[in-house]
Design a protein around this ligand. Structure first.
Ligand code: ZN
Length: 158
């Protein structure tokens, strides 16, 4: 049986810095095995029941992958779709379609700009503090669509 799980989380890096958290906001709802959350977390929450609080360590390889040095490249400033001043750490999409990777500016040397298309969390082992808010069986409709329809199954499709 595949479930729809709703949970709150706080995500930390190995240094203990908080990278992301749902605290104070809406919890996350996902359909198991549908790729709605990272696989390494999805598989580790399979046995967790509503009300459970657990610490889940997900190695980089099962989260956003290892860093790929080939994803770092230098381009000329003029080819970038950015108006105005470029700043280190600035992120933008490397193309016009929605699937285009997000790149990060990691170095600027005159007209030469070094871009990193690795996910910002590539190579980072993740530590999740999770609280399962609710878990229920997925509906036939959700299984057919391949995603959850909200915590109670009546939400709109995204
Ligand atoms: Zn749907």
């Amino acid at each position: 049986m595949r479930r729809v799980v709703t949970f709150h989380y706080t995500l930390r890096d190995p240094a203990g810095r908080v990278l992301d958290s749902s605290a104070g906001g809406e919890p996350i709802t996902y359909l198991e095995g549908a790729g709605q959350i990272i696989d390494g977390l999805d598989t580790r929450l399979r046995a967790a029941a509503a009300g459970a609080k657990l610490d889940v360590a997900v190695p980089a390889a099962e989260a956003y992958g290892e860093r790929d040095p080939d994803q770092v490249r230098q381009v000329k400033r003029q080819v970038l779709p950015v108006d105005g001043e470029l700043r280190l750490g600035e992120q933008f999409q490397a193309g016009s379609d929605r699937q285009a990777p997000t790149v990060t500016v990691v170095a600027i040397d005159g007209d030469d700009v070094t871009l990193d298309a690795n996910h910002p969390l590539a190579g980072v082992d993740l530590a999740f503090e999770v609280e399962i808010v609710a878990a229920r069986a997925a509906t036939t409709e959700e299984l057919g669509h391949g995603h959850a329809h909200g915590a109670d199954g009546t939400g709109h499709c995204q």
